[in-house]
Design a protein around this ligand. Sequence first.
Ligand SMILES: Cc1cc2nc3c(=O)[nH]c(=O)nc-3n(C[C@H](O)[C@H](O)[C@H](O)COP(=O)(O)OP(=O)(O)OC[C@H]3O[C@@H](n4cnc5c(N)ncnc54)[C@H](O)[C@@H]3O)c2cc1C
Length: 385
Amino acid sequence: MVPIFPRGEEGCPPRRSPGVDGFGGRAVDVVVVGAGQAGLSSAYHLARTGFVPERDTVVVDHAPGPGGAWQFRWPSLTYGRVHGMHSLPGMELETDPADALRSSSEVVSGYFAAYERRFGIRVHRPVDVPAVREGPGGLLRVETSAGVLLTRALISATGTWDRPFVPRYPGQDSFLGRQLHTARYAGPEEFAGLRVVVVGGGASGTQHLMEIAPLAASTTWVTRTPPVFREGPFGEEQGRAAVALVEERVRRGLPPRSVVSVTGLPLTDAVRRARAEGVLDRLPMFDRITPAGVAWDDGGSIDADVILWATGFRPSIGHLAPLGLREPGGGVRVEGTRAVRDPRVHLVGYGPSASTIGANRAGRSAVNDIRRLLARERDGAGAAA
Ligand SMILES: Cc1cc2nc3c(=O)[nH]c(=O)nc-3n(C[C@H](O)[C@H](O)[C@H](O)COP(=O)(O)OP(=O)(O)OC[C@H]3O[C@@H](n4cnc5c(N)ncnc54)[C@H](O)[C@@H]3O)c2cc1C
């Protein structure tokens, strides 16, 4: 079978080789890993509250350029199609009507680049962090592709894009067509004339179907549970309710659910049209994958050239594994953004803060919490002296 991801590379972007920067084991107050919405918001609040960039704090990111995960989003995901992008703190994302037709990747990456320049946020890139572990003297040891950093506190703002999730189904390896995940979707053109099965009931799945259907020989939509279409606006009240649901899971140490499972799918005009045309007629999840397509235990089957897995992402927190933060339920339990098992570690953009607005707030709250932690440490050291 054709591999879903190229060899050794699960998601985007590729791992980087060592040696671009050379941190050489120096110690700082705070290391921020990841420079997407969550990391930049944190870096902004760190600088605003008196931490001196590069002396007290270091920001690293393994992607090649500014934009966080947005730099990798498919070109046909235009800015006009994203759900609602909140500006970073301190600088509005100003767009004009023409920007609605530009790719969101270009618009957001340009904005993040300007933001980094405006606030003098130095992002060391491409610098990968494969592991964070206990270091000497109560410090955390951050192992990077550019050498080791020691730090009193860590903000992990690594998002989910690097961990695309593909469920396993019997017969998956026997499929003779192509399988790919949303993370590798580059637009509808490559599906012209093909029979495509799209798996997944989230916003990505419906967007892929609406783009691919006019070009493909056929499209089939399968989802595990029936999709929930949401009438009416998604205001602050609904937003708060959705966040509360994710918060509740994370507090219990369970892995956060997908955003769509708590927000539902917005019934836009395009979605209404697609439903009327039958593009969004959904089938229950198949039971098996065969060499020729997908099959159900009731005897039904559909032949396919492509299976497109729009099955979401998982939090990208493998670098924290040596710290043993995971609960038996598989998630990291957090109070606000602070890891319950290690108060030096904050997860920003994780669970309830995994949205552009949530990441903004979480960045501020993580920085306030870290300031209190470091102040307590200083007071403790002063009293002991
Ligand atoms: C298709 C799609 C559309 C979306 N649309 C919206 C929307 O319209 N509105 C909205 O609010 N949210 C949307 N979201 C959710 C969105 O991703 C978040 O809101 C937000 O952009 C995430 O910001 P972040 O900083 O947490 O993560 P990211 O933007 O993913 O940034 C994480 C950064 O960490 C870096 N990184 C990761 N691991 C490491 C490591 N080990 N070492 C070094 N660097 C590392 C990555 O390179 C990346 O730059 C969407 C998500 C998807 C998948």
